[in-house]
Design a protein around this ligand. Structure first.
Ligand code: PRX
Length: 653
């Protein structure tokens, strides 16, 4: 028998049928799901057009559903719409007008509620503020903000006038922010003085000042006063949010934008040192996120929906803001850390606000398991009716804990696989229609076609593992990498030479006999740390930019809580002492260059790194060493066997 490219070792036998009571009220029950699945399989374009008509309000219709010249797609060609109109205006004429759009809780415990009418007013005002700052349709606006309502307001204001936003997660450093602002050519930055994190203000304005020093494109900075520390304001460039808003008109008609008008850029890690600006556009993305949110989270008008992701990541874009508000659903936003002031903060929020749908990441679930069952058990979680998981594979034991302790055995769990690039959910259970198995994302969303392929591009038969492949375009797909069409084609559409329609997400996976998908993790040089993607190359370039580092190689090792932990093998420059001082300094250096999220858990010093004869670092070997495994497989191309032996000795010593 031929050895599969990727071997799958996991065999999970437990199956959970949707609860009959849930099925009865589900937006998509078995019958509806089966019909739509069939339509999606036979006529994907017809399926998505139906979804677009049912879930999105258009100012004018499309001439063509899809224009596909691989790898470039245009969806709903010629149609006009506006994302902020779909999230706000269309809810104002009925009973949703005075319903909460956003329930926000700050880390210190302050609470704000914005109804759809109030949010609409704030968005119109801020759209006028942006115009007043000279921002025009097509201009990019960078948002570097804490999880406060102003972030959602700023995003929606950008969409209202057709200025694509580029949100940079507040945990990224000034250097990382600068790279992203420069690459996008942003003309304005919206930020805050600081945001609360674990009881302390995390400074943001300061980082913006450092980032845009000498960046000519940025003409204006708008600053929300959140925490109150003194921050320097540069006359003519920096403005207080509250001052500009005080004078802004609340009338701002939504721009009638082309379906393919750029909606946002979001940077994500890849296999080189330079992050990729993933570009999403208007009509297809909106159709994808609104449809999936309605079907997968089973959104109803009475729901209080809470996704714990930061808006700085794609999950927050699609399923804190756009997909949720477009459905007229109340979205809860929380500013701070999950364990501040105590380990029960999340459960306390669920109880107090009556959260009915809860969407979080496996890394958070594993942290809560470790903190102890007494914390969730001390709260009334009976308002919950559906749970979701995203960001990384969920191990079956964490799934079972989530099911029992948080879901009270009654809530369906949707384990949703997708990416920054896919825009919306791609592989997922439909909670009223698909049996679940702990650890499996189950099946594709209707209208999405996925398969497991071998290196050669052949379909891999269950249960062998291979590469996950998406075999036809979908409306929420990325439209490109900002400013780099070549990299777009090479990264995503060139894995299988004779299959130009096939998108390669970079994940390994397998299917079981029932056709269920089991995602096994990244197969490229991208690590998934606490559900966040970090490129090994990014951390390596940060390390070698330090004067005392000659060479560095970064790999991931399995970690019980974060999924993957970052391990760096570093060769110091001649004469540098390798020890605790350098270790501490390098960790600080990476934090400065990228952000604390990329700080290595371990740094191991070595005289040399194992390389092939052609000079390529043998990461597979380093991965084995980092995770304490015996080195198996082919080492015949290893340049210097003694290097490997030395690294092992250091490991054991
Ligand atoms: O490896 C997969 C993993 O996260 C990657 C995408 O990361 P990002 O673009 O940051 O988006 C995360 C949130 C959508 C994927 O390539 N991943 C995401 N969701 C799952 C997952 N792995 C397994 N199961 C999931 N449900």
């Amino acid at each position: 028998m031929q050895t599969p490219d990727i071997e799958s070792l996991l065999t999970e036998k437990r199956t959970f049928k949707p609860d009959p009571a849930f099925v009865k009220q589900a937006n998509w029950n078995r019958r509806k799901a089966a019909e739509l699945r069939k339509l999606g399989e036979k006529h994907p374009k017809r399926f998505w057009a139906k979804m677009a008509r049912e879930h999105v309000t258009w100012f004018s219709p499309w001439k063509k559903v899809l224009d596909w010249k691989p790898p470039f797609a245009k969806w709903f060609v010629g149609a006009k719409t506006n994302v902020s109109y779909n999230c706000l205006d269309r809810h104002l004429d009925g009973p949703r007008r005075n319903k909460a759009a956003i329930i926000w809780e700050g880390e210190p415990g302050d609470i704000r509620t914005l109804t759809f009418a109030q949010l609409h007013r704030e968005v119109c005002k801020f759209a006028n503020v942006l115009k007043g700052q000279g921002v025009k349709k097509g201009d990019r606006v960078a948002l570097y903000m804490p999880m406060i309502p102003e972030l959602a307001i700023a995003m929606l204001a950008c969409t209202r006038i057709g200025a694509p936003h580029s949100i940079v997660f507040g945990g990224f450093s000034a250097e990382a922010l600068r790279d992203r602002i420069e690459d996008a050519g942003a003309v304005a930055v919206v930020t805050a003085d600081a945001g609360w994190r674990r009881g302390k203000p995390l400074p943001l304005k300061e980082a913006v000042d450092n980032a845009i020093e000498n960046v000519a494109s940025v003409k204006s900075v708008v600053v929300v006063k959140r925490c109150g520390p003194e921050v320097p304001m540069r006359a003519g460039r920096d403005h207080w949010w509250h001052e500009l808003m005080a004078d802004a008109s609340a009338k701002c008609p939504p721009a009638k934008l082309d379906a393919e008008h750029p909606l946002f850029i979001l940077y994500t890690s890849g296999t080189t040192g330079k992050p990729k600006g993933i570009l999403h556009t208007t009509g297809g993305y909106l159709t994808h996120v609104t449809t999936t949110a309605k079907a997968i989270f089973d959104l109803k008008d009475e729901d209080v929906y809470w996704c714990t992701a930061d808006i700085g990541w794609i999950t927050g874009h699609s399923y804190v803001v756009y997909g949720i508000l477009a459905n007229g659903t109340t979205s809860l936003m929380y500013e701070g850390a999950p364990t501040t002031p105590g380990p029960d903060r999340f459960w306390d929020i669920i109880e107090r606000h009556g959260v009915s749908i809860f969407y979080t990441a496996p890394t958070a679930i594993r942290t809560f398991i470790r903190l102890g069952d007494e914390h969730p058990k001390s709260h009334d979680l009976s308002s919950l009716r559906l749970l979701g998981s995203v960001g990384e594979p969920i191990n079956p034991e964490a799934w079972m804990w989530y099911h029992r302790i948080i879901g009270g055995k009654r809530c369906p769990i949707v384990d949703t696989w997708w990416q920054t690039e896919t825009g919306g959910i791609m592989i997922t259970p439909l909670p009223g229609a698909v049996d679940t198995k702990p650890g499996s994302g189950t099946l594709t969303f209707p209208g999405v076609k996925a398969e497991i392929l071998s290196e050669a591009g052949d379909t891999v038969k269950p249960p062998d593992g291979g590469f996950l492949a998406i075999q036809q375009p979908w409306p929420g797909m990325l439209r490109g990498i900002w400013g780099d069409p070549k990299r777009y084609r090479e990264t995503y559409w060139s894995k299988w030479k004779d299959q130009k329609d096939t998108y390669f997400p970079g994940d390994g996976a397998h299917r079981d006999k029932q056709g269920y998908f089991w995602i096994m993790g990244r197969v490229d040089d991208v690590m998934n740390v606490s559900g966040h993607r970090i490129g090994t190359m990014e951390v390596e370039s940060a390390l070698v930019s330090h004067a005392n580092v000659a060479e560095a190689a970064v790999v991931g090792r399995p970690d019980e809580i974060t999924g993957t932990a970052i391990v760096a093998f570093v060769t110091p420059t001649g004469g540098t002492e390798a020890g605790d001082a350098l270790n501490g300094e390098l960790r600080k250096h990476v934090t400065k260059e990228i952000g604390a999220l990329a700080r290595p858990a371990d740094i191991r010093f070595t005289d040399a790194l194992p390389k092939t004869r052609s000079g390529k670092i043998m990461r597979r070997l380093l991965r084995d060493i980092a995770s304490g495994k015996e080195t198996v497989g082919d080492t015949s191309t290893l340049e210097d066997y003694s290097v490997l032996a030395k690294l092992r000795e250091a490991d054991e010593g």
